[in-house]
Design a protein around this ligand. Structure first.
Ligand SMILES: NC(=O)c1ccc[n+]([C@@H]2O[C@H](COP(=O)([O-])OP(=O)(O)OC[C@H]3O[C@@H](n4cnc5c(N)ncnc54)[C@H](OP(=O)(O)O)[C@@H]3O)[C@@H](O)[C@H]2O)c1
Length: 327
């Protein structure tokens, strides 16, 4: 296949490019070039915010275009200018209006689409992706083509600089004291997918020209199981110290992400089942996910080698300060 990847230089995009090359496809990536593309792709520099940003790729006939953007205006321009038989748009679980029950499927109501061309804050991320999905689907239909909407859950695995998954095996491998501070909500429902698995499925969806929306994440588990498996792959013997959520809040510890946080957990009943989407449709269409322990072990190896600071979790000093405050 001749595959055009709009993006392809960041975590998921570059893994999709690598996978597509390994499957024998010809891959062209278009991006501004903030980071280098994977070896073996044809790289085209272009800024999609520029009205002529797609000029280098719009005269060609593509078998598939894969897009990872979050900006509806960029999608509208791409579907109006590019010629392809199939689109794959990487969307998100954030498109859903509510994650009311575990295993929620693709027919769950969506948020209202963002009006306008570009999102300006992360609060607009879900509505922006809804608008992107619509633009891709409408554009594909108008051109007589097909479109896969990949509603991705949290993406982890090697190369994930967000460290939302990697924090836990890393922290267990490198305790800052006699225990590891964790939320006492160990039954919190967790699911995430290894970047290599979602990339493989994106390429599969492109090859099969799968039409429609698909929830794509790993099997449902719990925070407690992730911590247990993380301790195992890290060879950790240090005990967990489950801290009540009210105490964490009092001590300024945030859920999910950001500085002074504990990831993979959300202190909001409305988002309790957010991660654990139903993936029956994607699994029936070939989604395969590797064992949790393999992702955690490979993510730990990535964390051990990383040089940039981790943007999530507690630093040693923060964990020590919290431990001291708890007494
Ligand atoms: N990470 C998660 O847990 C998660 C969860 C659910 C869904 N998702 C979705 O998964 C996808 C992740 O994609 P990703 O890892 O490849 O990261 P990304 O940060 O979304 O990648 C953006 C890509 O687009 C390019 N780009 C950005 N602005 C551009 C512009 N104006 N013109 C041309 N190219 C531009 C970037 O390269 P340059 O900067 O070089 O231009 C980069 O290659 C996204 O769709 C995200 O919404 C992620």
């Amino acid at each position: 296949m001749r595959l055009l990847l709009l993006g392809g230089t960041a975590h998921l995009g570059s893994t999709v490019a690598t996978r597509a090359l390994a499957r024998g496809h010809q891959v062209t990536c278009l991006a501004r070039g903030s980071a280098g593309p994977p070896e073996g792709v044809t790289f085209v520099r272009g800024d999609r915010d520029d009205p002529d940003g797609l000029s280098a790729v719009r005269d060609e006939e593509w078998d598939v275009v894969v897009d990872v953007t979050r900006q509806p205006g960029q999608v509208r321009r791409a579907v109006s200018e590019l010629r392809t038989r199939h689109w794959v748009f990487v969307s998100t679980a954030n498109v859903y209006a509510a994650a009311s029950a575990p295993g929620y499927d693709e027919d769950t109501p969506l948020l209202e689409p963002l009006e306008g061309e570009a999102m300006t804050s992360m609060e607009e991320y879900g509505p922006a992706k809804v608008a992107c999905e619509r633009a891709v689907t409408d554009g594909a239909r108008a051109g007589g083509g097909t479109a896969t909407l990949v509603r991705a859950g949290l993406i982890g695995g090697p190369g994930d600089d967000s460290a939302r998954v990697g924090y836990w095996p890393w922290r267990l491998a490198h305790p800052s004291g006699p225990d590891v501070i964790v939320p006492d909500d160990l039954d919190f429902p967790v699911a995430f997918i290894d970047v290599r698995d979602i990339a493989a499925w994106v390429v599969h969806a492109a090859e099969q020209r799968l039409d429609g929306a698909f929830n794509v994440t790993g099997p449902p588990t719990t925070l407690g199981t992730v911590l247990e498996e993380s301790a195992r792959v890290a060879g950790a013997t240090v005990p967990l110290r489950p801290v009540p959520v009210a105490e964490l809040t009092r001590l300024g510890v945030r859920p999910w992400m950001g500085p002074r946080s504990l990831p993979l957990w959300i202190d909001d009943p409305a988002l309790r089942h957010f991660a654990v989407m139903g993936t029956g449709r994607a699994r029936a269409a070939g989604l395969h996910t590797r064992p949790l322990a393999e992702t955690l072990a490979d993510t730990l190896a990535y964390e051990e080698a990383r040089e940039s600071p981790r943007p999530v979790g507690l630093t040693d000093a923060e964990e020590q300060e919290i431990r001291a405050a708890l007494g």
